[in-house]
Write a new protein. Sequence first.
Length: 352
Amino acid sequence: MNRHKLAQFFEKRREAGVPLVLATVYDTAGSTYSKPGARMLIDADGIFQGMLSGGCLEGDLAIRAQVAVESGRAQYADYNLADSNDELWGLGVGCDGRMRILLQPLTAATGYEPFASIARTELGLRRTLAITLIEPPLNDAAPGATLLVAGGEVQNFGFPDALCEEIMRSAPVQDASDFVGLADLPWQAASISLLYSIIHPTPRVLVLGAGLDAEPVVSMAAELGWLVTVADHRPAYVENNNFAGADRTLCLDAEQLAQEVELDEFDLAIVMSHHLASDRKYLAQLSGSRVPYIGLLGPKARRRRLLDELGERAQDLRGRLHGPAGLDLGGSGPAAIALSIIAQMQQFLGVD
């Protein structure tokens, strides 16, 4: 999911006051395109951003979303694709799985919550637990009511205070912070079903070097919805190359990097200036950071030379430095090398 595109889609419609529907996968079985916690948005015209299937269900979801908009009430969609004798709408999807989805209306009157805060969370720095009421509807809480929990702080969108307190005492919050899926909670002589999902911050990538081979790295990272910062000490490289997908492009001396950029905010860094002295300065500053993935372009001999020149600081890069950066996918040239680097970064992150 490209979170940038989803956020842009959302902001454009929020500015126009257009009703939206938040579609959230809350239960799956077998082979499915998305897992619990996956989300997409659908507007009042049936236009959507994001995907919960390979494109086979989105059209039907758009139709169902209109019911949610018109009624102002949440709707449910249950797609059982496991029956090989039932070719869904004649499409022969053949996904061999089941997916259940909550369609929740969002309006200007409610500030488009909880999605407005979910979107801000995705562009923030903190991993967040989302807890969403799936069923049944309660007198004082509708399906889609959500808690966002991070760093000891709780944002409450639609739960009564007493139920919020009970949820926060429940086992999935206290004992299984990585738990994702449905859990039942006893409440007022009944039972409610809650979806627990994790909202991961959008990956942040620091590209150190603005040569022509950095262009496809930035482009691919941006296509994945990652936040990209490019830095180089050469004005001609920064000004003349295409980094339209970058959120920031900086021209600064290599030794000033840590002064101008908060390195610890980044999940990934790739050192690719092709300038030995600059790469040494970049690595020296990254060695004192908490960036968990640091890639280095160039052959093994060049890496060994740089680490030898770093001396004791090279020890602080152990377990984090990947050089030569990238998976061995075959191919040559800037695009193929960029693909191998981005693939290794995605593998390292292990999340969408």
